[in-house]
Design a protein around this ligand. Sequence first.
Ligand code: ZN
Length: 247
Amino acid sequence: MSDTNIHDHRFCSCMEDAGFQPPSANGLNARAALLNAAFWGRGVKLRVSFMEGATDLKRRVAAIARAWPDETGANFGLEFWIDNHLDPAAADIRITFTPGIGSFSRLGRFAQAVDRTQRTMNLGWMTMALPEPDARAVVLHEFGHALGLVHEHMNPAKAIQWNKERVRADMRASQGWSDEKIDANMFHRYDKSEVFNTDVDPTSIMMYPIPPEWTQDGFTVGENTQLSAMDKALIVKAYGKRPVFGG
Ligand SMILES: [Zn+2]
Protein backbone atom coordinates (compact mmCIF):
# COMPACT_ATOMS: atom_id res chain seq x y z
CA MET A 1 0.00 0.00 0.00
CA SER A 2 2.95 2.27 0.40
CA ASP A 3 3.45 1.67 -3.33
CA THR A 4 0.36 3.73 -3.92
CA ASN A 5 1.78 6.58 -1.89
CA ILE A 6 5.06 6.55 -3.72
CA HIS A 7 3.47 6.42 -7.12
CA ASP A 8 1.31 9.38 -6.19
CA HIS A 9 4.17 11.27 -4.64
CA ARG A 10 6.20 13.71 -6.68
CA PHE A 11 9.81 13.99 -5.66
CA CYS A 12 11.92 17.09 -5.56
CA SER A 13 14.80 16.68 -8.01
CA CYS A 14 17.20 19.30 -6.75
CA MET A 15 20.31 17.38 -7.65
CA GLU A 16 19.13 17.38 -11.24
CA ASP A 17 19.00 21.16 -11.34
CA ALA A 18 21.77 22.20 -13.67
CA GLY A 19 22.81 24.82 -11.19
CA PHE A 20 23.53 22.45 -8.38
CA GLN A 21 27.24 22.57 -7.75
CA PRO A 22 28.85 20.61 -4.97
CA PRO A 23 31.33 22.81 -3.10
CA SER A 24 34.36 21.18 -4.71
CA ALA A 25 32.98 21.88 -8.17
CA ASN A 26 32.45 25.49 -7.15
CA GLY A 27 36.12 25.83 -6.50
CA LEU A 28 35.50 25.85 -2.78
CA ASN A 29 37.23 23.55 -0.38
CA ALA A 30 35.50 20.17 -0.57
CA ARG A 31 35.98 19.84 3.18
CA ALA A 32 34.02 22.99 3.94
CA ALA A 33 30.58 22.64 5.45
CA LEU A 34 28.06 22.47 2.66
CA LEU A 35 25.51 24.54 4.50
CA ASN A 36 28.19 27.14 5.13
CA ALA A 37 28.99 27.26 1.42
CA ALA A 38 25.34 27.86 0.63
CA PHE A 39 24.66 29.99 3.70
CA TRP A 40 23.22 33.47 3.07
CA GLY A 41 24.41 34.92 6.36
CA ARG A 42 22.62 35.96 9.54
CA GLY A 43 20.07 38.74 9.26
CA VAL A 44 19.64 38.36 5.50
CA LYS A 45 16.36 39.56 4.00
CA LEU A 46 15.67 37.43 0.96
CA ARG A 47 13.61 39.09 -1.73
CA VAL A 48 11.32 36.52 -3.36
CA SER A 49 9.75 37.19 -6.74
CA PHE A 50 7.55 35.26 -9.12
CA MET A 51 8.30 35.20 -12.83
CA GLU A 52 4.79 33.93 -13.63
CA GLY A 53 1.58 32.77 -11.97
CA ALA A 54 -1.67 34.22 -10.71
CA THR A 55 -1.79 36.44 -7.64
CA ASP A 56 -3.73 33.91 -5.54
CA LEU A 57 -1.15 31.21 -6.28
CA LYS A 58 1.70 33.55 -5.31
CA ARG A 59 -0.09 34.40 -2.09
CA ARG A 60 -0.59 30.71 -1.35
CA VAL A 61 3.14 30.03 -1.75
CA ALA A 62 4.04 33.02 0.43
CA ALA A 63 1.60 32.03 3.18
CA ILE A 64 3.14 28.55 3.40
CA ALA A 65 6.78 29.60 3.04
CA ARG A 66 6.46 32.17 5.83
CA ALA A 67 6.43 29.27 8.30
CA TRP A 68 10.23 29.22 7.94
CA PRO A 69 10.80 32.62 9.59
CA ASP A 70 7.53 32.72 11.58
CA GLU A 71 7.73 29.30 13.24
CA THR A 72 11.48 29.37 13.85
CA GLY A 73 12.17 32.95 14.88
CA ALA A 74 15.45 32.55 13.03
CA ASN A 75 17.32 35.65 12.00
CA PHE A 76 16.41 36.02 8.34
CA GLY A 77 13.43 37.45 6.48
CA LEU A 78 11.42 36.58 3.40
CA GLU A 79 10.10 39.58 1.50
CA PHE A 80 7.58 38.46 -1.11
CA TRP A 81 7.13 40.60 -4.17
CA ILE A 82 3.51 40.14 -5.19
CA ASP A 83 1.91 42.68 -7.50
CA ASN A 84 4.42 45.35 -6.55
CA HIS A 85 5.66 45.77 -10.13
CA LEU A 86 9.29 45.32 -9.14
CA ASP A 87 11.50 43.57 -11.66
CA PRO A 88 11.93 39.90 -10.67
CA ALA A 89 15.51 40.16 -11.93
CA ALA A 90 16.33 42.24 -8.84
CA ALA A 91 15.14 39.54 -6.41
CA ASP A 92 17.26 36.89 -4.69
CA ILE A 93 14.83 34.02 -5.28
CA ARG A 94 12.90 33.86 -8.55
CA ILE A 95 10.07 31.35 -8.81
CA THR A 96 8.35 29.76 -11.80
CA PHE A 97 5.46 27.29 -11.92
CA THR A 98 6.47 25.42 -15.06
CA PRO A 99 4.71 22.03 -15.12
CA GLY A 100 6.32 18.83 -16.33
CA ILE A 101 9.86 19.54 -15.18
CA GLY A 102 9.41 18.84 -11.49
CA SER A 103 10.11 20.94 -8.43
CA PHE A 104 13.57 22.07 -7.41
CA SER A 105 15.51 24.98 -6.01
CA ARG A 106 19.05 26.23 -5.99
CA LEU A 107 20.76 25.61 -2.70
CA GLY A 108 21.00 28.78 -0.62
CA ARG A 109 23.19 31.50 -2.01
CA PHE A 110 24.23 29.33 -4.94
CA ALA A 111 21.17 31.11 -6.40
CA GLN A 112 23.44 34.09 -6.90
CA ALA A 113 25.23 32.18 -9.65
CA VAL A 114 22.02 32.07 -11.71
CA ASP A 115 21.53 34.54 -14.55
CA ARG A 116 19.12 37.23 -13.33
CA THR A 117 16.72 36.51 -16.17
CA GLN A 118 16.35 32.89 -15.00
CA ARG A 119 14.45 31.20 -12.18
CA THR A 120 16.15 29.87 -9.08
CA MET A 121 13.17 27.73 -8.03
CA ASN A 122 10.46 25.83 -9.89
CA LEU A 123 7.26 24.64 -8.21
CA GLY A 124 6.17 22.35 -11.02
CA TRP A 125 3.04 20.86 -9.49
CA MET A 126 1.93 23.76 -7.29
CA THR A 127 -1.56 24.87 -8.22
CA MET A 128 -4.54 26.30 -6.34
CA ALA A 129 -6.11 22.81 -6.58
CA LEU A 130 -3.20 21.01 -4.92
CA PRO A 131 -4.36 19.74 -1.48
CA GLU A 132 -2.92 21.73 1.41
CA PRO A 133 -0.67 18.93 2.83
CA ASP A 134 0.91 18.40 -0.60
CA ALA A 135 1.32 22.14 -1.13
CA ARG A 136 2.97 22.50 2.27
CA ALA A 137 5.26 19.52 1.57
CA VAL A 138 6.62 20.98 -1.65
CA VAL A 139 6.77 24.68 -0.73
CA LEU A 140 8.39 24.18 2.68
CA HIS A 141 10.84 21.67 1.19
CA GLU A 142 11.93 23.92 -1.67
CA PHE A 143 12.29 26.94 0.62
CA GLY A 144 14.42 24.72 2.86
CA HIS A 145 16.77 24.28 -0.09
CA ALA A 146 16.61 28.03 -0.77
CA LEU A 147 17.83 28.57 2.81
CA GLY A 148 20.72 26.16 2.20
CA LEU A 149 19.37 22.88 3.55
CA VAL A 150 20.18 19.62 1.78
CA HIS A 151 18.14 16.44 1.50
CA GLU A 152 17.90 14.71 4.83
CA HIS A 153 18.33 11.24 3.35
CA MET A 154 21.83 12.33 2.29
CA ASN A 155 22.70 13.11 5.90
CA PRO A 156 25.96 11.34 6.69
CA ALA A 157 24.82 10.70 10.27
CA LYS A 158 23.01 7.56 9.16
CA ALA A 159 23.62 5.33 6.17
CA ILE A 160 20.20 4.33 4.92
CA GLN A 161 20.31 0.64 4.00
CA TRP A 162 18.73 1.08 0.59
CA ASN A 163 17.22 -1.74 -1.39
CA LYS A 164 18.67 0.00 -4.45
CA GLU A 165 17.16 -2.15 -7.19
CA ARG A 166 13.69 -1.69 -5.75
CA VAL A 167 14.18 2.07 -5.43
CA ARG A 168 15.46 2.33 -9.00
CA ALA A 169 12.57 0.24 -10.37
CA ASP A 170 9.97 2.31 -8.49
CA MET A 171 11.51 5.67 -9.36
CA ARG A 172 11.90 4.77 -13.05
CA ALA A 173 8.24 3.77 -13.15
CA SER A 174 6.74 6.51 -10.98
CA GLN A 175 8.94 9.53 -11.76
CA GLY A 176 10.41 8.65 -15.13
CA TRP A 177 13.91 9.33 -13.84
CA SER A 178 17.06 7.89 -15.40
CA ASP A 179 19.32 5.67 -13.29
CA GLU A 180 21.87 8.50 -13.14
CA LYS A 181 19.23 10.88 -11.83
CA ILE A 182 18.00 8.30 -9.32
CA ASP A 183 21.49 7.62 -8.04
CA ALA A 184 22.33 11.33 -7.71
CA ASN A 185 19.06 12.17 -5.95
CA MET A 186 18.63 9.08 -3.81
CA PHE A 187 21.97 7.51 -2.95
CA HIS A 188 24.43 10.38 -2.83
CA ARG A 189 25.56 11.16 0.72
CA TYR A 190 27.48 14.11 1.97
CA ASP A 191 30.69 13.67 3.85
CA LYS A 192 30.39 14.47 7.56
CA SER A 193 32.70 17.42 7.07
CA GLU A 194 30.49 18.95 4.37
CA VAL A 195 27.29 19.40 6.32
CA PHE A 196 26.13 21.22 9.35
CA ASN A 197 23.70 18.80 10.92
CA THR A 198 22.75 16.44 13.68
CA ASP A 199 21.26 12.95 13.61
CA VAL A 200 19.03 11.89 10.75
CA ASP A 201 15.53 13.23 11.35
CA PRO A 202 12.81 11.09 9.74
CA THR A 203 10.31 13.90 10.39
CA SER A 204 12.34 16.56 8.54
CA ILE A 205 10.62 18.50 5.76
CA MET A 206 13.86 17.81 3.84
CA MET A 207 13.31 14.03 4.00
CA TYR A 208 11.86 12.14 1.05
CA PRO A 209 9.08 9.65 1.77
CA ILE A 210 10.68 6.21 2.05
CA PRO A 211 8.43 3.11 1.96
CA PRO A 212 9.70 0.18 4.04
CA GLU A 213 10.34 -1.98 0.96
CA TRP A 214 12.95 0.56 -0.17
CA THR A 215 15.22 -0.32 2.73
CA GLN A 216 16.80 -3.54 3.94
CA ASP A 217 16.06 -2.85 7.59
CA GLY A 218 12.50 -1.56 7.28
CA PHE A 219 13.47 2.09 7.89
CA THR A 220 10.56 4.14 6.61
CA VAL A 221 9.45 7.76 6.32
CA GLY A 222 6.00 9.15 5.56
CA GLU A 223 5.20 12.36 3.71
CA ASN A 224 6.25 15.23 5.94
CA THR A 225 4.14 18.33 5.60
CA GLN A 226 5.46 20.61 8.32
CA LEU A 227 8.72 21.81 9.79
CA SER A 228 10.05 19.35 12.35
CA ALA A 229 11.49 20.38 15.70
CA MET A 230 14.94 19.54 14.35
CA ASP A 231 14.35 21.54 11.14
CA LYS A 232 13.56 24.56 13.29
CA ALA A 233 16.50 23.99 15.62
CA LEU A 234 18.90 23.58 12.72
CA ILE A 235 17.82 26.78 10.97
CA VAL A 236 18.07 28.72 14.25
CA LYS A 237 21.52 27.25 14.87
CA ALA A 238 22.61 28.43 11.43
CA TYR A 239 20.88 31.83 11.18
CA GLY A 240 20.75 32.67 14.86
CA LYS A 241 17.74 33.94 16.75
CA ARG A 242 16.00 37.04 15.39
CA PRO A 243 16.58 39.96 17.74
CA VAL A 244 13.45 41.01 19.60
CA PHE A 245 13.00 44.70 20.17
CA GLY A 246 10.87 46.38 22.77
CA GLY A 247 9.73 43.37 24.48
ZN1 ZN B 1 14.68 18.59 -2.50
